[in-house]
Design a protein around this ligand. Sequence first.
Ligand SMILES: [Fe+2]
Length: 426
Amino acid sequence: MKPRTIYAALLCLSVALTAATACKPAEPEEIYHIVTTICEDASSAVTVNYHCSGSKSYVLVAKADDVAFRKAKKVKPVCRTWSTVGIENTATESTFYTKERYVCNATLTGLEADTRYIYKIVAGKTETDARQFKTAGQQGPWSFVAFTDFQHRENPVTLPLVQMMKEMFSPDLVVCSGDHIDVAGNEYEWSFILDNDIFRDFVYAASPGDHAYWACDKVNGGYPQYDKPYTFVNLFKFPDNGSPTSPGSSYYFYYNNVLFVALDMNNSDVASGSRFDEEAVWFRETMERLQGTYQYLVVFMHKSVYGSDLVDPAVARNIRPQWAPLFQEYQVDLVLSGHDHIFSRTNAMEGGTFYLDMGSSGDKKRRPDSTMWENTARYAKVIDLIDEEISCACHVEVDDTCLNVTVYDQNRQVVDSFRIPRKGGN
Ligand SMILES: [Fe+2]
């Protein structure tokens, strides 16, 4: 080839490459981990949480009958870049570590009570499909659904169980007492719960489980821990009204006539100490301040105050003596929990409090301790989830006279039900 021809060929190539680069469409923005979370007053606000590859995104929100979003309101989120780089013990192979992203929280305020809304998220040319939620504020009976310990990824139980409860009850509010995942530092474990067509279209509230502190896979026979539930608080923005030592992982909110309180019970090794003490002080102050503003008081927390004495002995040793007297004093109606992977439900304890360890909404289960069967003074119901081959989900109906609690297995069978009468004075 003559030099001139080579030159011409190179010139053509270079022009072609430049043109190709110039015309190359921008990478579509990624929007993922979309969750609608509860605000302090669930009748007027919710928060839309998501992670996004780009810095410029927004939420369009409209009444549910405005399906074309004609009268939609545009809400800009609060966004910040985030990854787990720099966090002690975190999993360096996880995409939480390798892929910095924008964590976005759009709090939709000024919503009408008892109203269904739709929203979609827009970032560049990417637009999500429409999701929906309904605000609180309805008069008369209502209900919510509760889960615990979905825990391990790709288990065959969790998503069908959530789907089943949605089909049965169309819940506007779903709560979970923790342990969404095994290792909180592994992003793909969270994706299993959050990024699918089942885990959506309700308002969500959760307390962190001890596994929200698990930083990475096993090292030298143990699981290194986070000192804070970093990934949990970057996936879910919950009300900013909690204990100063557990911000975003302890909080309260009103839903119709119920005051809900979420507690952070820390990691697998810690069941006492200053963070618990501070949280107990916050709980007491909050209860004093909010007295008379609700008909029922529901606490959700990961570790079970009256669960197994053996699975995690520190719970009976430390958490029970610290928290049971507080729940008694403030006459908590229902405490929802998990952690042991054993199903147990107490009689009404002092103060009229019922404790429900929902066992497992996944497939990790343990057998009850032999002593639990005989302890009829404490337990009204104990179930061997392994023998019965069941996992559990809970439906709570609320009216002016009582909470009606019904626990279902994955086959729509009722495995436990009990009634909590409304206490005088509430
Ligand atoms: Fe668990």
